[in-house]
Ligand binder design. Structure first.
Ligand code: NAP
Length: 303
């Protein structure tokens, strides 16, 4: 396998913001074609329970992005004390609504609600977060399902940067249901040789140094240092950590020590501006795909 070098012609900084903007513009055209060919407008409903300000911003951004792509976006805001029974009743109504193709319940939920039960109550075909156990099983079994947005975004960035991933050694640091596990499955599907590392992994730095592709989703600020990275490797930093630097606002950093890593990696995502924008773009892609499937239409791949 030809190895990348730090001077390779691929861009060293993977601009997730630009790729996400491109995807979203292209999606607008695909949504318009779906409407004219099948008379269906993809509909995304986001359910927010409680008044966590950060979640409210995420929900607003998702709605705006969906509308910009020509979709119908609806936010359902419920009081923090909403009971599990009431929330389940809302989800049952959304499952039955033919105009709703994607349902997302913004996490985290207030403590009295069981997120596992809530996620499993969403129709798997409308589960645009891809967190339902049926979608996890479909991914594992290589069946058509809904792939969680963040790992899907990471995969798109990797393929755009490297082309074929076949035969590459990939290490995924983290094994959450949201990121690490589906990421590993996607890389296996691309014919990578995949290692999944976690908090009990021995010799973590050595394991990382063996990887051509390193996807880091540990939630530990700047844990991965420059000397953990194989020269020329592609590094995808999923982490979003707010660290107090004594300034007015906390600083946003990833799970990778960016300045060190950028000296060694062949390509690397920044934080912010790397994986984050891809997550919303992929949520819209999943909603479009769900709408296509609801009318038996083949989803068009991005140009
Ligand atoms: P999570 O559920 O907390 O999982 C973290 C994983 O990292 C676990 O598997 C854990 O191992 C492993 N880990 C933690 N500390 C470690 C250490 N010191 N050494 C080795 N492994 C360690 O987190 P998550 O939901 O996957 O999210 C990970 C990060 O991605 C967070 O910063 C989150 O904010 C960010 N995120 C970003 C986006 C985005 O759109 N960019 C989306 C989702 C998440 P164990 O399993 O052994 O505990």
């Amino acid at each position: 396998m030809a190895e990348m070098t730090p001077q390779a012609t691929i861009p060293r900084i993977i601009d997730g913001k630009a790729v996400a903007a491109e995807l979203r513009a292209d999606l607008g055209e695909r949504v318009a074609r779906l409407k004219s060919a099948h008379g269906v407008t993809p509909g995304l409903t986001v359910v927010l329970v409680g008044d966590d300000p950060a979640s409210a911003v995420y929900v607003r951004n998702k709605g705006k992005a969906a509308e910009k792509a020509g979709m119908v976006a609806v936010d359902i805001k419920l009081a923090a004390e909403t009971s599990q029974t009431d929330l389940l009743a809302h989800l049952a109504a959304l499952n039955a609504d033919a105009g709703v193709h994607g349902i997302l319940v913004q996490l985290p939920l207030p403590d009295h609600l069981d997120a596992g039960v809530i996620v499993e109550a969403i129709d798997p075909d409308k589960d645009v977060d891809g967190l339902h156990v049926i979608n996890a099983g479909r991914l594992m079994a290589r069946l058509d399902g809904v792939v969680p947005c963040t790992p899907l975004g990471c995969l798109i960035l990797l393929k755009r940067t490297l082309g074929s991933l076949e035969g590459k050694k990939a290490l995924v640091l983290g094994r959450s249901n949201l990121v690490g596990k589906p990421m590993a499955q996607l890389l296996v599907r691309e014919n990578c040789t995949v290692t999944v590392a976690h908090s009990r992994t021995r010799d973590l730095a050595d394991e990382c140094r063996a990887a051509d592709i390193l996807v880091v989703a540990a939630g530990r600020p700047e844990m991965v240092r420059g000397d953990w990275i194989k020269p020329g490797a592609a590094v995808i930093d999923v982490g979003i950590n707010r660290v107090d630097t004594g300034a007015d606002k906390p600083k946003l950093v990833g799970d990778v020590a960016f300045d060190e890593a950028a000296q060694v990696a062949g390509a690397i995502t920044p934080v912010p501006g790397g994986v984050g924008p891809m997550t919303i773009a992929c949520l819209l892609e999943n909603t479009y795909t769900a709408a296509c499937r609801s009318v038996g239409a083949e989803p068009e791949a991005p140009a």
